[in-house]
Write a protein that binds this ligand. Structure first.
Ligand code: SF4
Length: 439
């Protein structure tokens, strides 16, 4: 169907950048040459956007105890890092934003601690950051406060302290419960220990438990995929992110595959088989599709933070390596005192919102095409019909929006990119020029 599979939402965003002529180089140049922080400061002195406009906070902790063999994220080994100083920096940033009318004037829907591994911070350090948040920034009563973690630095005691501090969602990187797989992926501890720890965690923690699983790693057998799905279901996790392994050339695993030290014979069919085993097992056990790479028990994980992002809401970026969006201005916080600011791009935002609908499997043509001109609307509807004819989109009831079939989920990022590309082509250079002139 497609010569190459896009495996994650990052591929969708990267392709959208390319379709809109926003290469990495151009973006970097834009960041370096844009008007700077002054424009953001002016916005921060203004009133907030008002009710109905979603808002989130992203807090980045760029350290990990140990670097996993497959990882290329923005992180470094914790060894030697001064985590007290980093905590003080995060608290200072929160206080600075908390003084701004734009931030103070309207409560936030979601806070996301990402990394790296935010739980390299001790319970005491984390508590200081959570207290600073509560004291300085208005959060809704039901604000989602989410923390990424690995198991080995999340003791029950630390989790309890964080829960008391307001954390109500943990996203825990497991990757696999297979001992052999864990070794291949460079994970700490064996699968039985991981499962035992999660059982204890599940019993003690009242919030949302989300697990990250990787499939299609070197040597993975179909029964290992089933076992991972079964472990997630019986705990039970509230949601599971499941990704086909991505090989990054500079990663330890990438180098091992390149040198021949690790054999990796993945192809589209083996990838598809493993995807479907995992997907179908969790669907059979009552999980629904939440996002292209995420299944959730009904009514549990809302994953508000990512919805705010796709809705192009404010994301206040805090910490070294945090990216965000303040009043439509992209902001990247690089290091203490170093922030880069880019130009607003309403055209990108419009398509990014559509990408969000498609990520969440919402194939309602009226909703998807609401902000498009007639030519683009027609092109999108044609592509939706095409994927329906190919069996990748299915009807659940007469007149109801189409939903992705299992193959549709597998190819979901490719379908999203194809639909965006059809819309952008149909919109044509005149619309692009008009948008540029508005900037
Ligand atoms: S813990 Fe997460 S961020 Fe850290 S190296 Fe492993 S995969 Fe990367």
């Amino acid at each position: 169907m497609f010569p190459e599979r896009y495996r994650s939402h990052h591929d969708g965003e990267r392709c959208l950048d390319t379709l809109l002529g926003r290469s990495r180089g151009k973006q970097l140049l834009g960041l370096l040459t844009a008007g700077g922080w002054g424009a953001v400061e002016a916005k921060l002195r203004e009133s907030p956007p008002g009710e109905g406009s979603p808002r989130g906070i992203y807090i980045h902790v760029p350290h990990c105890d140990r670097i996993c063999s497959f990882c290329n994220l923005n992180r470094s080994e914790r060894k030697g890092a001064d985590l007290d100083a980093y905590t003080a920096y995060l608290v200072g940033e929160i206080e600075m934003y908390g003084r701004q009318p734009y931030v103070r004037g309207q409560p936030f829907d979601a806070v996301y601690f990402g990394g790296g591994t935010p739980t390299v911070l001790s319970a005491e350090q984390f508590s200081l950051v959570l207290k600073a948040l509560r004291d300085n920034i208005p959060l809704r009563d039901d604000c989602e406060i989410s923390v990424e973690s690995t198991l080995h630095n999340l003791s029950l005691e630390k989790a309890a302290v964080l829960e008391r501090g307001g954390v109500n969602r943990f996203s825990i990187g497991i990757q696999t419960f297979s001992d052999r797989g864990r070794e291949t992926l460079g994970r700490t501890g064996d699968g039985t220990k991981a499962l035992d720890q999660l059982r204890a965690f599940r019993a003690a923690f009242g919030g949302i438990l989300c697990l990250d699983i990787i499939y299609s790693y070197p040597g993975e057998k179909p029964e290992e995929v089933s076992f991972d799905a079964e472990c997630c279901a019986v705990l039970p996790a509230d949601s599971v992110s499941f990704y086909s392994l991505m090989i990054y050339p500079g990663s330890k695993l990438g180098k091992a595959i390149e040198s021949g030290a690790v054999t990796f014979n993945r192809n589209i069919e083996s990838d598809r088989e493993r995807h479907h085993i995992f997907y179908r097992e969790l669907r059979r056990r009552g999980f629904d599709l939440l996002e292209l790479s995420k299944l959730a028990r009904p009514g549990r994980d809302r994953y508000r933070y990512i919805r705010v992002r796709y809705d192009n809401g404010d994301i206040i970026p805090i910490g070294a390596g945090a990216g965000g969006n303040i009043a439509g201005i992209p902001v990247y916080s690089m290091a203490p005192g170093k922030r880069f600011v880019s130009s607003p791009n309403p055209r990108y935002e419009k398509y990014h919102k559509i990408l969000g609908y498609l990520q969440f499997g919402l194939y309602d043509p009226e909703r998807i095409t609401g902000e498009l001109d007639e030519g683009a609307k027609k092109a999108v509807k044609e592509r939706i019909r095409y994927y329906h004819d190919q069996g990748l989109l299915e009807e659940t009831a007469p007149g109801a929006p189409l939903v992705l079939s299992a193959d549709g989920v597998f190819w979901g990022n490719n379908i999203a990119v194809d639909i965006l590309s059809a819309a952008i082509r149909a919109e044509g250079p005149a619309a692009a020029k008009h948008q540029r002139e508005k900037l």
